[in-house]
Write a protein that binds this ligand. Structure first.
Ligand code: XIL
Length: 361
């Protein structure tokens, strides 16, 4: 759970945590502020992932990476795959206008990752939620070429530095009725997906190219739509390499693991890879004591990681953050503790759930 704290209190936090006297402020109690976490066994999560033949990734936030040494140390110690949480999206790169590109945030994340031997996935070239305001005024006929040019420039800039891109993010409507309404659909038409993959491939022929979405992890109308979409792309020779399943889930209700595996299997049967691309597991709706809730969270992290382990072409499990100190969930869903390190960068039971699953091969 992200806290707004003064610098003075921040300096005291480790001491207060050691005394068991931190509190998350009003509202939901913070599980990670209690002494229920397992003692640190000195392990690195990446060793388990490598033993399991998988990449283990985290979305990275440039702010704490630049200002908080423990953030970068924890990231580099436990993960071998990195994704920019925000900085490599269209709006931050071109907020100032069509002729200016700001790669500073993305470059800093990529340099950190490469300097620490981690691989990088770019995220995301086409996403309806990160379109710069000025782009809304671009004439329909000019919008397609503008997006082509953007993809060419950005994928070209990071060519050789990233191993993969989320090319198109969240294009399907929530009810499984077809493509969602978006500026891309309105101004380019339904061909915008294929076009984005083709341009990205030209710009970086070695990068693995993914379609990425949420609520498409298990079985249902929306995941059927994604299946049909990528099957069609693949059959027509569009350069798509795989599908990312975001996996923003709640421990109190998530797709059955068997459905997730079945879905992964039908996608990989098309010759595509899959990956878990943005996992976090909310626990605020769970009943029970703090340690019971953390235990349930451990089980969910274990089971989902295990699902990936059971599908040979599921090559990576990426979390959307890694410490409860910085999670988008707090703003999007309300205060929670959805990740595998607590606010003091200590391992939670969920860490060991993932570790066990990676070692289960
Ligand atoms: C979120 C980031 O976490 C936030 O920091 C940002 O402000 C908005 O985007 N699905 C995605 C991610 O594909 O890009 C989103 O990330 C979370 C939902």
């Amino acid at each position: 759970m992200r806290k707004i704290i003064s610098v003075g209190v921040a300096l005291l936090l480790p001491f207060l945590a050691a005394c068991g006297s931190t509190s998350s402020g009003g509202g939901t109690p913070s599980p990670s502020a209690t002494p229920t976490n397992a003692p640190d066994d000195g392990s690195r999560l990446v060793d388990a992932a490598v033993a399991g033949g998988r990449l283990v990734g985290a979305a990275v936030n440039h702010g704490p990476l630049a200002s908080e040494p423990l953030y970068g140390e924890t990231l580099a110690r436990h993960f071998n795959y990195v994704t920019a949480e925000y900085e490599m999206k269209w709006n931050p790169i071109q907020a100032a206008g069509p002729n200016s590109y700001d790669f500073s945030g993305g470059d800093a994340i990529v340099s950190f990752a490469l300097a620490h031997g981690m691989k990088v996935k770019g995220h995301a070239l086409v996403w309806h939620n990160s379109v710069p305001t000025w782009a809304n005024d671009v004439a329909d006929a000019a919008f397609g070429p503008l997006v082509d040019n953007y993809i060419r420039t950005v994928a070209g800039h990071y060519r050789g530095q990233v191993i993969a891109w989320d090319v198109v993010n969240e294009a399907e409507a929530d009810n499984g009725s077809g493509l969602r309404d978006s500026i891309y659909l309105r101004k380019i038409g339904s061909g915008f997906i294929e076009r984005a993959f083709r341009v990205a491939h030209e710009a970086d022929p070695n990068a693995l190219l993914f379609y990425n979405d949420y609520s498409t992890e298990g079985l249902g109308a929306k995941s059927d739509r994604v299946y049909e979409l990528v099957k069609d792309l693949k059959q027509r020779g569009v350069p798509i390499d795989g599908v990312g399943m975001q996996m923003h889930i709640s421990a109190s209700g998530h797709p059955p693991v068997a459905d997730i595996v079945t879905n992964m299997q039908r996608l990989t049967a098309l010759g595509l890879r899959v990956n878990i691309s943005e996992m976090d597991v909310r626990i605020r709706d769970l009943g029970g004591s703090t340690s019971q809730r953390l235990d349930t969270q451990r089980q969910v992290y274990h089971d989902i990681t295990k699902a990936c382990m059971s599908v040979p072409l599921c090559h990576a499990v990426t979390l959307w953050g890694f410490t409860d100190k910085y999670s988008w969930i707090d703003a999007a869903y309300g205060p929670d503790d959805p990740l595998i390190f607590d606010e003091s960068y200590q391992k939670k039971p969920a860490y060991y759930g993932m570790q066990d699953a990676f070692f289960s091969r």
